[in-house]
Write a protein that binds this ligand. Structure first.
Ligand SMILES: NC(=O)c1ccc[n+]([C@@H]2O[C@H](COP(=O)([O-])OP(=O)(O)OC[C@H]3O[C@@H](n4cnc5c(N)ncnc54)[C@H](OP(=O)(O)O)[C@@H]3O)[C@@H](O)[C@H]2O)c1
Length: 245
């Protein structure tokens, strides 16, 4: 039997990049997977590519009300929820003096408010299944560099919420962990990856000597979500080839 047979996994940001690779890895282990995001065409295409175990729900994690609807629709379709992967995120960087209130607000709404609100709506379902949450944060949570105050602090907030919620939900049998990717080849880094010097700098800061692939992050998510990690909670596991340890 495969590791996630008959389990139901919900992945925000599951249409692209790390979320899509994670959806693909769970499908390979037999899970039913729900992917969400704002762009219907992207979700449709990914669901078609990954096959009949994948269902999609269009939803915006920065918007009030979408969280309850996403959980309700997941339960309506599959009747249970075993793993919630908060993968949706936004990565704007730049000096604070050039950052508008709108960008600060939307970053925090997507990277902090969204995961917290979705976890809250999912708690009763996760308690039923003794399930678990994986938050996708970033090695930048620990990184200190100019231009990163907004993004890094939003991911650091989610890291800390991960530890607090592990303490809060542990007595109900629910585990909460985070996977913190390093520099990974996805849409978020597409512009940066056009600059060879920049790529060289990131690879130079990565002891394992290459950029991350979405599947590298998916592998770490499946390790933490699986039964072999049943005694692991409140942990931020870096998946970045040693970048920013
Ligand atoms: N790539 C890296 O180097 C790296 C490093 C550290 C951490 N991360 C984190 O990894 C996660 C996945 O990013 P990625 O690298 O795979 O890039 P990506 O391919 O751009 O994925 C981001 C996903 O989030 C979804 N999303 C964004 N805002 C959303 C919202 N308000 N509501 C619902 N969905 C939303 C996007 O779909 P729609 O646009 O269709 O909504 C997209 O599918 C993010 O949390 C990111 O911060 C990435």
């Amino acid at each position: 039997m495969r590791n996630f047979e008959n389990k139901v996994v919900l992945i925000t940001g599951g249409g692209t990049g790390i979320g899509k690779a994670t959806a693909s890895a769970f499908v390979a282990e037999g899970a039913n997977v729900v992917i969400t995001g704002r762009r219907q065409t992207v979700l449709e295409e990914t669901a078609r590519e990954l096959g009949e175990l994948v269902h999609f729900i269009v939803g915006d994690v920065s918007k009030k009300g979408d969280h309850k609807r996403i959980i309700d629709e997941t339960i309506g379709k599959f009747g249970r929820l075993d793993v919630l992967v908060n993968g949706a995120g936004t990565g704007a960087m730049g000096p604070l003096s050039e950052t508008s209130d709108e960008v600060i607000e939307s970053t925090y709404r997507t990277n902090v408010f969204g995961p917290l609100s979705l976890i809250r709506e999912a708690i009763p379902q996760l308690v039923n299944t003794k399930g678990n949450v994986i938050n996708i944060t970033s090695v930048m949570s620990n990184g200190v560099m100019p231009g990163s105050a907004m993004y890094s602090s939003s991911k650091a907030a989610l890291d800390h919420a991960t530890r607090c919620l592990a303490a809060e939900l542990g007595p109900s049998g629910v585990r909460v962990n985070a996977v913190a990717p390093g520099f990974t080849a996805t849409d978020i880094t597409a512009e940066l990856r056009k600059d060879e010097q920049m790529v060289g700098m990131f690879v130079g800061q990565t002891p394992m000597g290459r950029l991350g692939e979405p599947s590298d992050i998916a592998n770490a998510v499946l390790l933490l979500a699986g039964e072999k990690a049943e005694w692991v909670t409140g942990q931020i596991v870096q998946a970045g080839g040693g970048m920013m340890l």
